[in-house]
Design a protein around this ligand. Structure first.
Ligand SMILES: [Zn+2]
Ligand SMILES: [Zn+2]
Length: 327
């Protein structure tokens, strides 16, 4: 049809990275209800607490290198980190070098973010922060990248709950882009982009999933993934300095977020990554620590891959309503 604005279509930009999202709301007549729940687990072995052939299970320590760090409860490790056996980076090259570790988030083979207790999350975050702190302090390291894949569809190759952490001699392009966008905003507006987002979202409330003392969790106004939850920390908070109160609150929020995801989608593949401050350059004034929680429920098609524009049919306010955590 020629002419006439179609009010159902709207263009939005993710202010943190300039991703372009086309909202096509009438496509939501394919309701979420049609795709939610009863997604079968991809792996049967995930139901056992111990798996003989799993190198990450407690009791199978001889199958991997020694731990770089362990959290011990009652004389036994409950979470630990080890060197990655197949590292993306190591110290063998000058072009890009670094360290690649695996964080084994639980001794339980069948633990996952949908069934972990708040206490288990706390142990996990404590180890995340410890390893981050250690690696960001290493010589020549510009950036430490912490990420997690869950289930095959998200890129995970082993089922045992784990995250990965890479210390890199370069700042990755995605961080570089976010830093530039935030720096430009700071130059033009003379304020911090993330602080403005926090202020706006707290006022608006409709996209808030959780509001804590040091961070908020939101469904972003525009994201290449309509079901993304983004956790944005207050200005000046650095990942390596997260304290036990931050960890308590994060654990509470994660437990609630994943309980709500489970209600909406069942147990599903997802990725998580932390976007933190790089070493060496002062970015705290204009760039805030944040975490992307990125379900892999939907996949991208040819439109997204060919245009780098993303289509969403779900208003963030509706997703937020289902994801909101009681405080
Ligand atoms: Zn295992
Ligand atoms: Zn980010």
């Amino acid at each position: 049809m020629l002419g006439g604005a179609d009010l159902k279509k709207e263009l939005r930009v993710d202010p943190t990275n300039n991703d372009i999202i086309i909202f096509a709301r009438e496509r939501a007549s394919r309701p979420l209800d049609n795709v939610k729940k009863n997604m079968p687990m991809e792996e049967d072995d995930i139901i056992k607490e111990y798996e003989e052939n799993c190198p990450f299970c407690r009791g199978n320590e001889h199958q991997t290198d020694d731990a770089t760090e362990e959290i011990v409860v009652d004389g036994q490790w409950v979470a630990k980190s080890i060197k990655n056996k197949y590292p993306i980076v190591d110290m063998s090259s000058d072009e890009v070098f670094g360290v690649h570790e695996v964080i084994i988030e639980s001794y339980r083979h069948n633990a996952n973010f949908f069934n972990m207790s708040e206490e288990e999350f706390k142990i996990m975050f404590e180890l995340y922060v410890n390893r981050y702190k250690y690696l960001i302090g290493q010589r020549g390291i510009e950036y430490v990248n912490l990420f997690k894949n869950f289930l095959r569809k998200s890129g995970a190759s082993l089922m045992h709950p784990h995250a990965q952490i890479t210390a890199l001699s370069i700042i990755p392009p995605e961080i570089h882009k976010e830093l530039l966008v935030a720096h430009d905003y700071y130059g033009w507006e003379n304020t911090n982009l993330y602080e403005d987002i926090i202020k706006d979202e707290k006022e608006y409330k409709e996209r808030l999933v959780y509001s804590g003392t040091r961070f908020i969790a939101i469904i972003p106004s525009a994201s290449k993934n309509p079901t993304e939850v983004r956790i944005i920390f207050n200005k000046g908070v650095k990942f390596e300095n997260l304290d036990s109160l931050d960890i308590d609150e994060l654990s509470y929020a994660f437990k609630g977020i994943f309980a709500n995801y489970k209600k909406m989608f069942g147990i599903m593949p997802f990725n998580i990554w932390v976007h933190a401050h790089p070493n060496g350059i002062e970015t705290k004034e204009y760039f805030n620590l944040h975490i992307h929680i990125f379900p892999r429920k939907f996949n991208y098609g040819g439109f997204e891959l060919s245009t780098n524009m993303y289509v969403s049919s779900y208003p963030p306010e509706e997703i937020a309503k289902q994801m909101r955590i009681e405080e």
